[in-house]
Design a protein around this ligand. Structure first.
Ligand code: NAD
Ligand code: GLY
Length: 377
């Protein structure tokens, strides 16, 4: 199977790097990493679940390619993306003798990628790291663009750094072991790119989306590469999110608030929060007469059809109040002078950022949206 290669060039004295997308990349990891390693040693960081499924293949590939590896295994899941586990990770790496010129290899989903990237940013004042993303969400979003960090009790990703990887290896075959619910959650981030800035891609997804989820084939590779190409271009223009990059957060302001309401619990996966959040962003845009109802309905229909939640009640969040969501949104990283930033839209593929929406109008909208529980929930 062929490999898609996407270059990310953020300029500003940072080295450009490649994202490779294809089946079987882990088997050839030594060859790909050889181009970026400063010495033939790699410090792999993974979680317990991924270690049981894919670590041996990576270790075998490294050994065959003459790369010595050390492995740190962390507990799996968002609840472990905190200071205590970051310290556990950095202790393990320092105890194992990781030097500044060494390279960390994040083998896992967005949690492992974000935490390992942050560890690389702060360990010995900055080490290299490589992303080997193993969830669909990580392959299309979190492994690309250099946002790293951890959660705190005040909210998600509030402590972190921009630190770009040296290479991203997105092996599409690893997604075959991913539980369907996780695949779907990752698919929400795939749809996000279409909804925010690529109507043609969204239209393609309405026809080929199921194939992207079901089969490790051409449609999956093509979808992942399209998302990475889109993100690489945005990040090249706006690495540190002073403007355009914020659009990549379509659905995230509402989504993060819902995740906080769910206490970052597995009851609501990040991508599920994003799917509901995107539905809310489109519905609010309609309410503010910025978007045609048909466009919002088309977006929601696709999310529903593919099996993603579009209302909090579908994930058991039946008592969420508008006031509680407003409270969480006040902690959003994009709040400026006390004003919450919303990514709204003029239609499919036409997202924009605004701070001009009155909080009272958003709260009233949310009260109506939350009341309107779909029949099946
Ligand atoms: P995750 O890392 O928790 O992975 C989800 C679950 O799947 C975990 O239990 C993991 O062990 C398991 N898993 C991973 N790969 C597997 C595989 N191939 N087969 C079977 N199981 C596997 O979650 P995620 O959805 O990958 O990432 C969510 C995180 O990403 C959140 O913390 C979010 O904030 C972050 N994120 C970051 C960015 C960014 O730009 N840095 C962007 C989007 C999301
Ligand atoms: N996931 C949004 C970003 O990377 O900017």
């Amino acid at each position: 199977m062929s490999i898609e290669r996407i270059k990310v060039d953020v300029g500003r004295h940072r080295q450009p790097y490649d994202i490779l997308v294809g089946d079987g990349l882990i088997e050839n990891a030594a060859e790909h990493l050889s181009k970026v390693l400063k010495r033939r040693k790699a410090f792999i960081v993974t979680d317990e679940t991924v270690a049981g499924l894919h670590l041996e293949r990576l270790n075998t590939a490294f050994a065959a390619g003459g790369i010595e590896s050390h492995v740190t295994v962390m507990p799996a899941g968002e609840a472990n993306k905190d200071f205590a586990h970051l310290q556990q990770m950095t202790d393990s790496l320092l105890d194992a003798g990781a030097e500044r010129s060494d390279t960390l290899v994040a083998l896992g989903g967005g949690v492992i990628g974000d935490m390992t990237g942050f560890a690389a940013a702060i360990l010995r004042r900055g080490m290299d790291f490589v992303q080997v993303p193993t969830t669909l969400l990580a392959q299309v979003d979190s492994s690309v663009g250099g946002k790293t960090g951890i959660d705190t009790r005040q909210g998600k990703n509030l402590i972190g750094a921009f630190h770009q990887p040296r290479l991203v290896l997105a092996d599409t075959g690893v997604l075959d072991t991913l539980p369907r619910r996780e695949l779907l959650a990752g698919y929400a981030e795939v749809v996000k790119y279409g909804l925010l800035g690529d109507a043609v891609f969204f239209d393609w997804l309405t026809r080929r989306g199921a194939e992207v989820i079901e089969e490790n084939g051409r449609a999956r590779r093509q979808a992942i590469a399209t998302c990475c190409r889109f993100k690489a271009e945005v990040v090249a223009r706006d690495e540190t999110e002073t403007g355009e990059r914020a659009l990549l957060n379509l659905g995230h302001t509402f989504g993060h608030a819902l995740e906080a309401e769910a206490s970052f619990d597995a009851g609501l996966l990040h991508g599920e929060g994003v799917a509901i959040g995107m539905t809310m962003a489109f519905a609010l845009s309609v309410e503010l007469e910025m978007c045609l109802p048909d466009e919002a309905a088309w977006a929601r229909r696709h999310l529903d059809a593919i099996g993603l939640p579009t209302h909090p009640a579908q994930r058991g969040l039946k008592d969420v109040t508008a006031a509680a969501l407003m409270g969480h949104m006040a902690q959003d990283k994009k709040v400026k002078d006390g004003r919450i930033a919303f990514i709204l839209t003029h239609g499919i593929g036409e997202a924009f950022l605004t701070r001009d929406v009155e909080p009272a109008a958003v709260e009233a909208f949310l009260e109506g949206f939350l009341r309107d529980v779909p029949d099946a929930a």
